[in-house]
Design a protein around this ligand. Structure first.
Ligand SMILES: Cc1cc2nc3c(=O)[nH]c(=O)nc-3n(C[C@H](O)[C@H](O)[C@H](O)COP(=O)(O)OP(=O)(O)OC[C@H]3O[C@@H](n4cnc5c(N)ncnc54)[C@H](O)[C@@H]3O)c2cc1C
Length: 415
């Protein structure tokens, strides 16, 4: 290890972040951004950046529940996520010199109601007062949704009387779609840049970690270790059984029209679609369809899914037959597209509380004197919404040396 960066030398703080998914890379960014003095941030990941659930995700980003209500702390979370998207975009454009590699599409999202109850629920959503919409969701008719997404169908589930309702769909103008792997690569580049600018340093170490104690013995003591290991947090000896998480494996399927000259493109600047089967448009020639859900996964099984990347359907061990068919029912022109492959990831679902499925953040108790170990976990099915806000909170807490800034709901798991 470079002697300049040894903890305590020249007052340089040294942090380890475990996991290079949405949570881990965002923690690294905030640790660097908030540091008043030079810091060394070492990110450890068994497979590199975006190898876990983050890499498999579809990229949907918005702060609303299925009913169209703002989720717990959804607005703050959305604002934090957009702050990081901006930082990542700036780093990516400096890297490539242009915007050719799109990281985020801000074309909005549409949800088609699945039930009569949902149609009535959308009716309760009041339009904002004062004229300006400011991204507020709006209930719209199926016909209006079809104007936004030419070719959209209601699907078999919508009866005729529901399809004609003026609240059959929900339009979320401020909803966005990220390209998860490009975004994380760019955010990591933003970390490097922050380091260069401030005399700090961010390094990625591709290595599996089994014990935090062993990590500190092998690499020297850290001022803080932040664990952002997603669904396999239990693979760390000291954290085994500590967090109340349920593991749920899922797949997304990538469809593309590239190389198919007769296949139609996705309508220009059209929103993506939310729903039990969703369709995230990554440009006009790629659609990410999601997602399957298989509950009751173990840590060992989840470890086996990490780093698989894009797999051809014939080599995929999971049943994804429903995804392509459902996409064809939503937007029938997708039937003319080809399947690029399937990605699998495991979600770490937190318990349901009166605030909804709230992630888990906080300091690990009883880790011994002089140690400062933290976790950010349970990002569930909405990790893109929450990752930036949670990582900002945990980085602040590390700098403060206290959990005083962390909302009580995120600390419930410790009771
Ligand atoms: C199919 C699917 C689709 C999804 N779509 C969306 C979506 O559209 N929008 C949304 O908001 N959310 C979505 N999600 C949820 C979202 O992907 C997760 O909430 C989020 O990725 C969790 O991020 P994370 O950083 O906590 O975990 P991960 O992304 O899993 O990152 C954990 C990292 O830790 C590393 N690691 C783990 N254990 C160790 C160890 N012992 N040693 C070293 N490294 C280790 C792994 O290699 C991994 O890179 C989806 C999830 C799935 C599975």
């Amino acid at each position: 290890m470079d002697s300049f960066y040894v903890s305590g030398g020249d007052g340089v703080k040294r942090y380890a972040v475990l996991g290079a998914g949405f949570a881990g890379v965002a923690v690294a960014y905030h640790l660097l951004e908030m540091a008043k003095r030079r810091v060394q941030v070492e990110v450890y990941d068994m497979c590199g950046i975006a190898a876990g659930a983050s890499g498999a995700s579809a990229g949907l980003l918005h702060p609303y529940s299925v009913k169209g209500k703002v989720m717990w702390r959804g607005r703050e979370a959305m604002a934090s996520a957009m702050h990081l998207v901006k930082a990542a975009k700036a780093a990516a454009s400096r890297l490539t010199g242009d915007d050719a590699q799109v990281i985020c599409w801000r074309h909005g999202l549409v949800r088609v109601a699945q039930t009569r109850k949902q149609v009535s629920g959308f009716r309760q959503i009041k339009p904002p007062t004062g004229g300006r919409n400011n991204g507020h969701p709006l209930a719209i008719s199926l016909q209006e949704a079809q104007r936004l997404i030419p070719g959209l169908t209601a699907g078999d589930w919508m009866r005729e009387d529901e399809a004609v309702e003026d609240t059959a769909c929900l339009w979320i103008p401020d909803g966005a779609v990220l390209h998860p792997r490009r975004y994380l690569a760019a955010l990591w580049e933003a970390c490097q840049e922050l380091g260069r600018r401030t005399g700090s340093r961010a390094t990625l170490v591709v290595e599996k970690v089994s014990s935090l104690e062993e990590l500190e013995s092998a690499r020297g003591p850290f001022d803080a270790v932040i664990v952002a290991a997603g669904a396999t947090v239990d693979s760390l000896q000291e954290l085994k059984g500590m967090l109340p998480l349920n593991l749920c494996q899922g797949c997304t399927m990538a469809l593309e029209s590239t190389g198919l000259p007769d296949a139609p493109l996705y309508p220009e600047a059209a929103p993506s679609l939310l729903g039990p089967t969703y369709m995230a448009a990554h440009g006009r020639d790629r659609l990410v369809i999601g997602a399957t859900s298989t509950y009751g996964w173990t840590t060992e099984a989840a470890l086996g899914e990490i780093g698989k990347g894009l797999v051809p359907v014939r080599e995929c061990e999971h049943d994804v037959s429903g995804l392509g068919a459902a996409a064809g029912r939503l937007w029938p022109l997708a039937r003319e597209w080809g399947v690029a492959g399937v990605r699998s990831g495991v979600r770490a679902l937190p318990p349901r509380t009166e605030d909804g499925a709230v992630p888990l953040v906080g300091k690990v108790e009883g880790c011994g004197p002089g140690r400062s170990w933290w976790v950010v976990a349970g990002l569930g099915a909405r990790g893109i919404l929450y990752h930036a806000w949670l990582s900002q909170l945990v980085a602040q807490a590390v700098h403060l040396g206290s959990e005083s800034n962390i909302p009580a709901a995120l600390l419930r798991w410790k009771r």
